[in-house]
Ligand binder design. Sequence first.
Ligand SMILES: [Ca+2]
Ligand SMILES: [Ca+2]
Length: 177
Amino acid sequence: MVKIVATLMALLLALAQARAEDGLEAAMGDDPERFAEMVTDLIAGFGVAGNLRAEGIEEHIALERAAARATALRRFLAMDLDGDGTVDRAELEVSQRAASASMRGKLERQFKAADRDGSDQIDLAELRAEGQAAALRALGEAEAETLRALITLDANGDGALQIGEVRLATARTDEAT
Ligand SMILES: [Ca+2]
Ligand SMILES: [Ca+2]
């Protein structure tokens, strides 16, 4: 039984990996130039001396998600007038009075969506959930897996991606299409 489960897990993992590599192939095939530019920027930003490692890719994913999380949280924290880390309806109403008519409706909608348990207060757990949702909207798991699959382009097997290897991969895709 344990063996079957382990085999199944390995299979699922392989399937997920295949999908990520498909995502990578698709990204390269769609627009090889743009792909190469994107990865070149990634290597410049998150690589060390032109070497992008798995850790660098993870840092990129985490930073993108953190930026989106911060933007989402900022919106709510700007309504937290007493600074207790939660937003209640009285605080929402002050912000609504100061806002334009169209913004008032939007604030109401955002508040209701964030107040998952309907307690008329956005508590810390709900704030965190909003941040997490925004992070995943900005960079979803499928995109993250595609980014992680970049390391499969490491042609010389030194555990890092160099620009030359990206060029090699996009050239191969060009020939194939
Ligand atoms: Ca508050
Ligand atoms: Ca709540």
